[in-house]
Design a protein around this ligand. Structure first.
Ligand code: 5GP
Length: 116
């Protein structure tokens, strides 16, 4: 069993965080420390620690994360100008929370993909 993170508590609303979206597979909420004007996290409800731990049976939830990103980008009014979706993996990827999540980033020009 993998160790739960704060994100499991947010999914169960044991830590009250306004949810932008939730269904049986995924949950979305604003990043507590937004790096850009619009910074949303979209996560599977199932605890998957890293992208390395993804299984075939998770494909439905992972696909749902993208369709929810599309829906929220429209609701945020950032779909036409554009946005970026990022998933970090492990130390070199800059992952801090070991429950996979997709960052939806937008609301301003984002510049080059990487700063190393
Ligand atoms: P990572 O670096 O793992 O890809 O990103 C983790 C993200 O989770 C960070 O952007 C961080 O600000 C966000 N985060 C960490 N703890 C919390 C929390 O308790 N609530 C919310 N809403 N975001 C969090």
């Amino acid at each position: 069993m993998s160790e739960e993170t704060i994100f499991s508590k947010i999914i169960r609303q044991e830590i009250p965080t306004p949810l932008l979206y939730q269904d049986d597979l995924v949950t979305a909420f604003r990043d507590i420390s937004p790096r850009v004007d619009s910074h949303i996290l979209i996560i599977p409800n199932k605890l998957i620690p890293t992208v390395n731990d993804v299984e075939e049976e998770d494909e439905l939830a992972l696909g749902r994360m993208i369709t929810v990103a599309k829906k929220l980008a429209k609701e945020e009014g950032i779909d036409e100008n554009g946005y970026r979706l990022i998933m970090n993996c492990n130390q070199h990827g800059g992952q801090e929370v070991y429950h996979i999540h997709m960052h939806l980033l937008g609301g301003q020009p984002l510049g080059p993909l990487l700063s190393v």
